[in-house]
Design a protein around this ligand. Structure first.
Ligand SMILES: *[C@@H]1O[C@H](CO)[C@@H](O)[C@H](O)[C@H]1NC(C)=O
Ligand SMILES: *[C@@H]1O[C@H](CO)[C@@H](O)[C@H](O)[C@H]1NC(C)=O
Ligand SMILES: *[C@@H]1O[C@H](CO)[C@@H](O)[C@H](O)[C@H]1NC(C)=O
Length: 381
């Protein structure tokens, strides 16, 4: 009984409440209607605007591009000190790097710098030696490192090599990809308007003198140090192809060390070149090692009066073969290091000079330890 009563009571109370319940169910329906209307409206607007965006694509994108470049231009800093890491591909980079200010009154204090460009596979075994060399000369140099594309360097933030890796591509020994990597290094370094001289180095190179000496030797030179010689025989003129004419004649064919130092003017010339690039890419393939011929030939055709025709990087070819000698731990003595800068006789600014080399290669990683010990006393850093 009790249960029935209870049910009745519930029924009664339920019937009593019905109008109120109707009200409650009516209210959500209105809300739903309003919401649906709103939803349809929003959907309509978004569909229309999507079509508008498609239709007006160029018009809507242009202002955002304009705004972002305006933002960059508003700080000169980002323009004169660009980040080493960027998203430009080679054609974009070379084009961008070929731009040069024509107004030589700089709106900032321009201290001319030497760009040290390291063409490497990855690791830099002599990084500790270079760190010693660079210490205290922060305003006078910049560093660029080209590695294999997937190499991830792990230099601490205190290192001079920290975040100096440029976007890189694979390199094959003696092929055009090598010159392309060198051009990539030059182009990246040209983006910094303070870089005035450009030195190409490998991971097996070491500096033979202190920074001040090297800076003054390079900055006071009338000529750029690009090896460039007219050599007979299979390794010289023998590598020339008549298909390279008329731009490159046999008598203009030059050979030189890959390791160069050039000024900004010649660096721009290399970066902007299209004509010689295509000739050498097509007609100078192994056993024509393009990195020994492309820049030496091209620059001596266009600017022979600006070249010292010798390299600053000492290399020991005395043993013959395709690769030079490598020096390891047991070869590093005070006597050996002292004679390196003078290993040849040469001219500096048209005068006979005692010092012909500022850098040397090739050194094996095991040479690091004795070099670190001898550097302060023998090499001057
Ligand atoms: C670089 O990108 C541009 C635009 O996408 C393209 O036209 C050009 O061919 C690319 N160049 C290289 C070398 O990939
Ligand atoms: C370098 O060689 C060129 C010929 O290729 C010559 O005209 C120029 O004077 C040489 N430079 C020096 C500094 O001797
Ligand atoms: C370096 O030293 C080792 C051991 O003394 C010697 O065998 C080698 O020929 C030297 N290398 C060069 C390039 O002089």
């Amino acid at each position: 009984m009790g249960m029935e009563e209870g049910l009745k009571e519930n029924a009664v109370s339920a019937s009593n409440l019905r109008p109120l319940n109707q009200c409650r169910t009516l209210l959500p329906i209105r809300v739903l209607q309003v919401f649906l209307l709103f939803f349809v409206l929003v959907l309509g607007i978004s569909v229309v605007s999507l079509h508008m965006i498609k239709y007006l694509k160029i018009q809507t994108l242009a202002p955002t591009i304009l705004i972002s470049t305006c933002d960059e231009r508003s700080t000169l800093e980002s323009f004169i000190k660009p980040s080493v890491w960027h998203s430009m591909n080679d054609s974009e980079l070379l084009w961008r790097a070929s731009m040069e200010p024509r107004r030589y009154e700089y709106p900032f204090k321009r201290v001319p710098k030497i760009a040290f460009m390291f063409l490497t596979k990855g690791p830099l075994p002599f990084a500790p030696l270079w760190e010693m060399f660079f210490k205290g000369h922060e305003d006078f140099y910049s560093i660029y490192v080209h590695t294999l594309p997937n190499y991830k360097p792990d230099f601490p933030s205190s290192s001079v090599f920290y975040r100096r890796q440029i976007p890189s591509q694979p390199v094959a020994w003696g092929e055009m990809s090598m010159c392309e990597a060198e051009r990539r290094l030059l182009a990246n370094a040209l983006l910094d308007f303070s870089n005035e001289w450009f030195v190409l180095l490998s991971e097996a190179c070491i500096p033979l003198r202190g920074f001040d000496f090297i800076y003054s030797y390079i900055s006071r030179s009338k000529y750029s140090f690009m090896g460039s010689a007219d050599k007979d025989g299979p390794y010289g003129r023998g590598r020339y192809s008549y298909a390279m004419g008329p731009e490159v004649q046999l008598g203009q064919w030059r050979k030189g060390s890959q390791w160069f130092e050039i000024n900004r003017y010649l660096a721009l010339d290399i970066v902007e070149d299209i004509v010689y690039y295509h000739k050498f890419k097509e007609f100078c393939r192994p056993p024509c090692y393009v990195d020994e011929h492309y820049f030496p030939t091209m620059l001596s055709i266009r600017y022979s009066n600006l070249l010292a025709n010798r390299t600053l990087t000492w290399t020991d070819w005395s043993r013959g073969g395709a690769h030079p000698s490598t020096f390891g731990k047991s070869n590093i003595t005070e006597r050996f290091l002292k004679k390196l800068p003078h290993a040849h006789s040469c001219f500096y600014n048209d005068q006979p000079s005692q010092v012909c080399y500022l850098f040397a290669r090739k050194f094996a990683p095991s040479a690091l330890e004795p070099l670190l010990k001898l550097a302060p006393k023998v090499l001057g850093y």
